[in-house]
Structures are given as structure tokens and as C-alpha cells.
Ligand binder design. Structure first.
Ligand code: GTR
Length: 427
């Protein structure tokens, strides 16, 4: 068991973002803390000690005892269950295969029907495959926030028609084409020999708490909506990514054993949870995932458990809603969400101006996940014990960087993720 007292001062450059993010939130919640000296003292659960006090000493014991126990705790207390898929009802329909990126890639659009022959729920997976790279090639799978057509200005990508949290009633799907393209460095990914697949997360499940009547929740009929461990939205999105991997397995040009699941922000939380449950993913990337993702809940820095529950109750289980004022009673913390990726490589990235997401808490999760990697004889952060300076990537099997700038995904981030992928697949 570890005790930590953090006293170093941190810059409060993320305050503007935090104020915007918190503007609409419940008035009775205390303002976010950005003062490192006010971070409470806390004791983290030790991932290598099971609930009955057994010390885990071997990778086998981790796999057989500790890992299933921690995974189930996250299901029971935070994200809800991760349903078994009924593969007999899953159907993939190729709707487009065209040249893309000036002929450097093939672009496929594949419609995933989750409950065939019913036509809903469904989601379109867009896949870019490099033409020149050796096949089958490794791939990134990363969900997007507003539709596949927002990740590129290519006019031939199908524009999605679906409830969208960011689109107002007058905004047509066409008007948002390309708006997120700075987050998708497709040229770099393709030129380095990787395929990349993306799916609009709200096609899997819309991002609002309307009793889950629209997306894949409509087929989670084995679960009681009133139960504490009913799959919450993050579980539904993650589960949808597992189905996207099922789809990638059918594409001969892609090596489905070499797929990295990645995500930004709420979708970074989703990527971590997906990688924890679905060990077919070769590695996991969390970009600025913050509270409920990579950041330690017990630090109560920036966005906190009470605030995220008030703002986005549908992301988490009913049980998690009870932890806002008692985070020390959580039977886990987010270092264990990172550890659930072990022994697979994991990358956690922060941004300097994203204090809302608690960059230091994101780093410390990596550090305290390390004993699990060491159990496997792996290096983890490779001897790094302090949060590195900005734009200085560190680590071995667990990697971390904090870049300058705001809450975002940039070409700098992609460059690091490509280096990370090379270190795994092109040794
Ligand atoms: C914020 C939320 C964060 C993060 C972010 C996002 O409003 O507080 O936890 O998930 O949204 O997903 O963009």
C-alpha cells in the first residue's frame, strides 16, 4: 500500500477550459481545485493485493486472481457490465471502397448492423488502408466525436444522419464536414504503413441520458436498467469498438492481432475500458482522458468524480454516482484501469493546458500501474519516476507525454503514437 502527499505547485493554465466545461454544472458542487498543495493525502489500493489480502507474486496469479477481480470491481462500481456479443446477429455490409489520400490509400466504409436483420442499431466504420505498406498491416481504431465525414474534407465520405450533441437543429450533417480534420493526421498514419479505422461514437450510442432508447443499449436486453451494474454509456461505446474489431478481423489487408484502440477525452476513457475488457487489442492509447479515464480519482484535481457524475450521469453506473463525496472508498483507482492493459503496451498522453483532466494524475496512474508490468518482467515507464517536462515522451511498455497546448489531438500526439506502434510492431 502506498501513501502519497503531493505538494509541488502546478500552473493553472487550464482554468479557462475548466470554467467553460463547468459552466452548466450543478451549483452545489465545489469549484475545481487547481492547487497542488490542496491535493489530499490518500492511500491507493495496491493492484498486487487482492481483496482477501493475498499478495500477487506471479503473472499467472495476476491473470487468474487479481485481474478478474479488479475488472469486475470496475464493472460493478463504475462502468457496468460488458455484454457478450451475439455474433450471429452481427452483420457487416461494405457500402464503399474508393481511392483516398491522392491514391496513397484505399478507403472502405462498412456498415455494422448490431442486431441483423434489424437495420438498427447500426454504425459506419470508415477504414483507410495504405496501398504501399506490406500486408496485412497493423491498424489504429479510434472513435470520432461528430461523424466520419468530420475527420476529413473528402467530399465522398458518407455524412452521418444521427442525433448529435454538438449539432444544433439548423446544422446539417454536411455543414460539419472536415471540422475535426486537424485531429486526424491520416497522411502521417498512412505514410508510416498503418491502417486507421474510425466510427462515430454516437452511432453506437447517443451521448445523452434519455433512458438509452436508441443505440446498442436497445439490444442489451439481458440487463436490468435499474440494476447498479447496467452497462453505462462508456461501456456501450467500448463494446461498439469491440464490434468494430470484429469487423476489422474480416478485412484481409489488416492484421487484426495488431490493432491499437485509441481515444480522446471521453473516448479516451472509453478506449481504456475497451482495452481492459477486450484483450484482442494489442495496445491502448488514452489521449487526454482525465477524470474517469487515466487520472487518479483520489487526487480530486480539476474535474472530480462528484462533478463528472453530475454533468454526465449516463456515462457511469448508479453505484458510481454514490462515490462523489467518498472517493477514498472506491475499491480501485485509475492506475488499475491502466494496469488492466498489462502486459500489453499502453500510452497515456496529457496536455499542459488541460488541467481539467489532471495531467499529473494521469502520469501518476502510469507510475502506479508499473508494478503489474514489472511482474511480467516488463519495464513500464523505464525508470522514470517524475512527470516529464512538456514535449518529452518517456517510457517503455507504459509511455507518457505531456505536450504543450490545449485539450486536443494533434499531429504531435500522432507522431508519438506512431513511434509507439513502431516500437511494438516493427522491432
Ligand atoms: C468534458 C468532460 C471531460 C471530457 C470532455 C470530452 O466536458 O468534463 O471528462 O470527457 O468533456 O470528452 O470532451
Amino acid at each position: 500500500m502506498k501513501s502519497f502527499l503531493h505538494r509541488a505547485a502546478l500552473a493553472v493554465s487550464g482554468l479557462a477550459f475548466a470554467l467553460v466545461a463547468s459552466a452548466s454544472q450543478a451549483a452545489d458542487i465545489a469549484p475545481p481545485n487547481y492547487d497542488e498543495s490542496k491535493v489530499p493525502q490518500f492511500t491507493l489500493p495496491d493492484p498486487l493485493v487482492t481483496q482477501d489480502g493475498t499478495q500477487i507474486k506471479t503473472p499467472e496469479e495476476w491473470r487468474e486472481k487479481a485481474r478478474p477481480e479488479i475488472l469486475q470491481l470496475f464493472k460493478n462500481e463504475m462502468f457496468g457490465e460488458y455484454p457478450e456479443a451475439d455474433l450471429s446477429k452481427l452483420k457487416f455490409e461494405e457500402i464503399k471502397t474508393v481511392d483516398a489520400l491522392d491514391g496513397k490509400a484505399i478507403r472502405k466504409e462498412i456498415r455494422i448492423f448490431f442486431d441483423y436483420p434489424n437495420k438498427t442499431p447500426k454504425a459506419d466504420l470508415m477504414v483507410l488502408i495504405p496501398k504501399d505498406a506490406p500486408k496485412p498491416c497493423p491498424a489504429f481504431l479510434m472513435p470520432n466525436f461528430q461523424g466520419n465525414h468530420t475527420t476529413t474534407s473528402d467530399p465522398t465520405v458518407t455524412a452521418v444522419e444521427c442525433p448529435n450533441r454538438t449539432r444544433n437543429a439548423n446544422q446539417t450533417p454536411e455543414s460539419v464536414r472536415g471540422v475535426a480534420k486537424s485531429r486526424w493526421d491520416y497522411d502521417a498514419i498512412i505514410s508510416r504503413g498503418y491502417a486507421v479505422a474510425t466510427v462515430y461514437y454516437e452511432e453506437i450510442e447517443p451521448d445523452f441520458s434519455a433512458d438509452f432508447q436508441y443505440g446498442v443499449h436497445t439490444i442489451f436486453t439481458n440487463f436490468n436498467k435499474d440494476a447498479d451494474n447496467y452497462p453505462a454509456a462508456i461501456s456501450a461505446w467500448a463494446w461498439g469498438l469491440s464490434r468494430a474489431l470484429d469487423c476489422l478481423q474480416t478485412i484481409p489487408e489488416i492484421d487484426a492481432k495488431k490493432v491499437i484502440v485509441a481515444g480522446h477525452s471521453r473516448l479516451g476513457k472509453t478506449a481504456l475500458w475497451c482495452g481492459a475488457n477486450d484483450e484482442r487489442f494489442a495496445a491502448v492509447i488514452s489521449n487526454n482522458s482525465g477524470c474517469g479515464g487515466a487520472a487518479l480519482s483520489r487526487r480530486e484535481f480539476g474535474e472530480r468524480v462528484d462533478r463528472i457524475n453530475a454533468s454526465f450521469p449516463h456515462w457511469f453506473t448508479k453505484k458510481f454516482h454514490t462515490y462523489g463525496d467518498r472517493v477514498n472508498e472506491l475499491p480501485f483507482d485509475e492506475h488499475e484501469l491502466i494496469a488492466l492493459a498489462a502486459p500489453r503496451p499502453v500510452y497515456v498522453a496529457s496536455a499542459e493546458d488541460d488541467q481539467w483532466a489532471d495531467p499529473k494524475g494521469e502520469f501518476l496512474s502510469c507510475l502506479y500501474a508499473e508494478p503489474v508490468y514489472k511482474l511480467f518482467g516488463l519495464e513500464g515507464l523505464g525508470g522514470v519516476t517524475e512527470q516529464p517536462k512538456v514535449n518529452t515522451p518517456v517510457g517503455a511498455t507504459i509511455r507518457y507525454h505531456i505536450r504543450t497546448g490545449k485539450h486536443d489531438v494533434t499531429s504531435y500526439d500522432w507522431e508519438q503514437y506512431l513511434n509507439f506502434a513502431d516500437s511494438i510492431f516493427k522491432k
